[in-house]
Design a protein around this ligand. Structure first.
Ligand SMILES: Cc1cc2nc3c(=O)[nH]c(=O)nc-3n(C[C@H](O)[C@H](O)[C@H](O)COP(=O)(O)O)c2cc1C
Length: 184
């Protein structure tokens, strides 16, 4: 079985809840970036041992949070030795607006994975974009590069649309399944 790590930052808990769904789908392990942009003790070793790494960050002012960016810059140590070459990668972002410039964050995560020589996994779901589509549907936000989640600005952590959370679980499973196939 492949080993997936979901490494994420969350300022107010919403992205953390999304990360939990992604991790559940992947049968993976969560690794939180703290409020100072640092990993806990042993975090880098966990990432090194993973077959798949899934990046997660809230979109703040049109890009991943600065704490995630601090982590991203710190991955340059792994980059120098090509330590993450050919690992499988995925990524997700969560923000308040339906659009909210989430795609900018997602492309930043995809670019980070590519800098490391990683194999990026797309969302792999058709969009639910008909008149009948609802927020309980899978991929109602119509993502393709990776996972998009919308948490309304006045929503509690428990009020994130269920369709987005189900999409998160499905995406985590997809990344882990692909990592499993490549690990054979
Ligand atoms: C500093 C800051 C900047 C934000 N910028 C955006 C933004 O550019 N687009 C958007 O849709 N939401 C934006 N939001 C809303 C957050 O993305 C949203 O509340 C998200 O659920 C926060 O996730 P978290 O609870 O994991 O921190 C911003 C929130 C903060 C605090």
């Amino acid at each position: 079985m492949s080993k997936t790590i979901v490494v994420y930052h969350s300022g107010y808990g919403h992205t953390k809840r999304v990360a939990e769904y992604v991790s559940e789908g992947a049968s993976g392990e969560l690794l939180a970036i703290d409020a100072e942009g640092n990993l806990p003790e042993g975090g880098w070793e966990k990432l090194q041992a993973a077959d798949a790494i899934i990046f997660g960050a809230p979109t703040y002012m049109g890009s991943p949070s600065w704490q995630f960016k601090k982590f991203a810059d710190a991955t340059s140590k792994a980059w120098f030795t090509r330590a993450w070459q050919d690992k499988v990668f995925g990524g997700f972002t969560n923000s308040a607006s339906f659009n909210g410039d989430k795609q900018v964050s997602l492309i930043a995560l995809q670019t980070l994975a590519s800098q490391h020589g990683g194999i990026w996994v797309s969302l792999g779901l058709s969009p639910a974009n008909t008149k009948a589509a609802q927020r309980t549907d899978l991929n109602n936000l119509g993502g393709s590069v990776g996972l998009l989640v919308q948490s309304p600005s006045d929503a509690s952590v428990e009020e994130i649309p269920q369709g987005d959370l189900d999409t998160a679980k499905s995406y985590g499973k997809r990344v882990a399944d692909i990592a499993g196939r490549l690990a054979k």
